[in-house]
Structures are given as structure tokens and as C-alpha cells.
Design a protein around this ligand. Sequence first.
Ligand SMILES: [Zn+2]
Length: 495
Amino acid sequence: MNKDKLELLKNWEFKYSAYGLTLNTCYFDDETIAPKNGQDYRYARLAFMAGERHKIATDPEVGKLLKELKDDDLDEVNKRKVSLLIKNFEDMSKIPQKEFEEYTALTLKSSAVWQEAKKRADYSLFAPYLADLIAYQKRFAAYRNPQIAPYDVLLDDYEEGMTMADYDQFFELLKKEIVPLLHDVQKAKAIDDSFLYLYYPRQKQLLLMEKIKDVLGFDASWGYMGESMHPFTCGFSQDDVRVTNAYDEHNIAAAIYSLVHEVGHAYYEHQIDKDYAGTVLKNVSSGMHESQSRLLENYIGRRKKFIASFYPELVKIFPENLGDVSLEAFWAAVNVAKPSLIRTDADELTYPLHILIRYEIEKRLFNGELDTKDLNKAWNAYYKEYLGIEVPDDARGILQDIHWSQGDFGYFPTYALGSAVAAQIVHKMAEDIDIDDSIDSHISKITDYLGKHIQHYGALYPLQELLEKTSGEKFNPQYYIDYLKTKYRKLYNLD
Ligand SMILES: [Zn+2]
């Protein structure tokens, strides 16, 4: 009976999500508060736990069940669930258990090595681990789908349906439009943003974060904010979403916009249909997820109206730095575009160029055109070419991001994709509601809108389908280009 089979599936989902919760809690703990010297003990057991979960994922019984369900007459939700689970099952089953455990142990170790290498600004420490991670990922991709280029297999993991051919076209367009716009901006009169980089003690920044959390509606009933080297979001369930932030005492905008960004992710996790809790429908693709964090960070967070919601508090906390700085001047400063070294601190205009560089490097690493040895030199050459800047050391160069150390390849392109998808959603949202009018002491009208039109669906639809449903149109990067051109031509008086 169909009903019995769905009940069995539910039991399996519960068991699998219980392991997921345990592992995620440990990962969050490891990134935030766990003492460094306990790593070896923790990692050995975490690798074991990941292996146990892998066994549940690849249990032949569940494989059989999914195959039977596939032929049944299912509703839309269960149909999508089963199709996603079958793909996961097949992918996982093709990777031998032992290799999977070895790989998990390697990612944990290489993350720790990356941290150390970054601290010492020495890429050579990390290079052999990067080579191993790529070798594993190439091998896994070949097990999973030998007909397709390994990098395409990985791109699809993060954004269903996206391939190198799609991204090549997308990044070509960005390069063609953004590079000349950036040159025009650089020739224009510079905007003063020096006050952003004065001394802003961490303790006082924390006070400001409380105010911004209030405006965003990120409250303790469902959200928690911790601290880590690299801000991230972890959605344990719809009503338990953890974000982290990082504080640079000489850059006040960094913590503000990291928080808004991560809360954008947090809202997605929070507003997914509660019926999807603990199921595969909670696994939203990276590009869609990023569209919601970028939307809050840039399209809402960098508006004058949003800044006005916390600016008086900000001036009150840091009168010595901002007492003489007008809202108008602060707003212009957080929207300044200029080439910089660090992706996470980059402005909206140069950000996609940071991603373009990572995409080109990953693609060439996987098709064998680039080697991990001396990859820092290739990295530096790209930064010179696209952003016109010299990279002073590996910490501010190739070692700045955590992703590769965790074995995440094919993930970066979704960041640029997310920004572009956000532009399309905002365009539609502006037709439906008055965005500036929806921002005062809170932004619930905006978060409700996103919940209803996007986030609620979870992973029920792939990106293209969801965009068509929401905006009436498939993905169209022209909205993003138009947005960037309009915004920066106006801000820098280019017309
Ligand atoms: Zn993000």
C-alpha cells in the first residue's frame, strides 16, 4: 500500500535527520566554541558518525522502497521528494563506504590545516591537502556520473541543472558589462568612506548587532547568533537557526553586512514549509539560498531607508567616529565600489569578479589546465588581471576562503548566480509592494513577502521553475546588469 510505504519513508527520514542534527550541532560547535586541542578526538568520532549516516543513506532497503514509490501515483510533494532522494541515493551508493569515511576525515583535517596555513600566510602547507581533496572529488564524480565532466557533476550538486556552458555564458556577460562600468567608477570622484575603518571595538559592535537583529526580526525564539572566523548559517530546523558573525575592529560595515547576509539565509531556513522539516525538501539549492541572503544584504540592507533604521543607534554607540557623519554620507560609504582583496568584504560591483576568478580557477583545476602546486601564483595573476590589484600574501589571497578546505568545489559560482537571481526577484517584488515604505523599525512586510513567494517552497522546485512561478520568467541576468548600472551610474554621477 502506498500509505504504508510513505510511512516507512517517514521513519527513514526521521532517522536520517536525527544523524544530521547531531552532526550539524557538532560542526557548529567545532566552528564556534570548541577548544582547538580537542580536534583529533572530535574529528575521529565525527568521521565515524558521518559514516554511520552514510550507511543509512545507502541502505539497500531504502533504495528498494524509493524505487517502488517512484512507480506509485504520488502527489507533487512526495513525487519531488522521491525523485531528489533517488538521486542522492544513487550518488551516495556509488561511493564506497570506506572511501567516503577517509574523505570525511580528510575534509576535517584539511580545514584545520587551512586555518593554520592562513594564520601563517603560507599556501604551501595547504597545497597537498587541496590536491588530495580534488583527487577525491574527481574520483567521486566519475563514480557518480562517468559520462559528464567532473566539474559539471559538482556544479549540479549546488545548483540543479546548471552546467559550465550556462555559467560560461553568465560570467561572459558579467565580465563584458561590469569591467567597463568599474573602470568608469574608478575614474569618477571618489566617495569618502574613511570613517568606516576607524577603531570600532568588538564589544560595542555587539551592541549594534542587537539593534540590527531587532530590525530584521531575528529573535531568540528561533534564531541564535554566535561568532566564528568565517560567518555562516546552520539551519537545524525551521525554529532553530544559528548564524555566526565575525568582528573586524577596523571595519564597521563588515559585521553589519555579514549579519544581514546570514540572517537572509536564516529566514530561508525559518520560512520553509514546516511540513518539510527533516526532509530532503529542506535542502534548498545554493544559488536560491544565496539569492535570499544577497537580497537582504544588498538590495534591502544597503538602502538609505534600511540604514536609517539603525543609524541613530550606531552614532550613539560610536559618537567619536560618526558624530559628524550624516546618514547620507554613511549610506554612500557602504555603497562605495573599489577593487579589494577580500571577497567577503567586497562591494556589490566588484564581488562578482571575485567569483569569476574562483570559477575560472576551479574549472581549470578540474579539467587539468591548472595544478595545485603554485596555485597561489595563478590566483595572484587573476587578481591583477580582473581587479587590477597586487595580492600581498596568501592569507589575503588564495587562503582567504574556507570552501576548498571543506571539499566544496562548484559552490562559488552560485554566489554570483544568487546576486543575479535576487535582482530578478526584487524587480518583481517592487511591482507588488513599495519596498522603501516596507522598511521602518522592522522589515516584516519584506520577509513575509519572501516567505510567501520563495522560501515557503523549500526545494519543491528547481531554480528555473521557482523563478518562473514567482516572477513569470526564467532566469534573466539582465535585471542584475541593469540594477548595477543604474545604481552605480547614479551614485558616482556618471551620466
Ligand atoms: Zn551566503
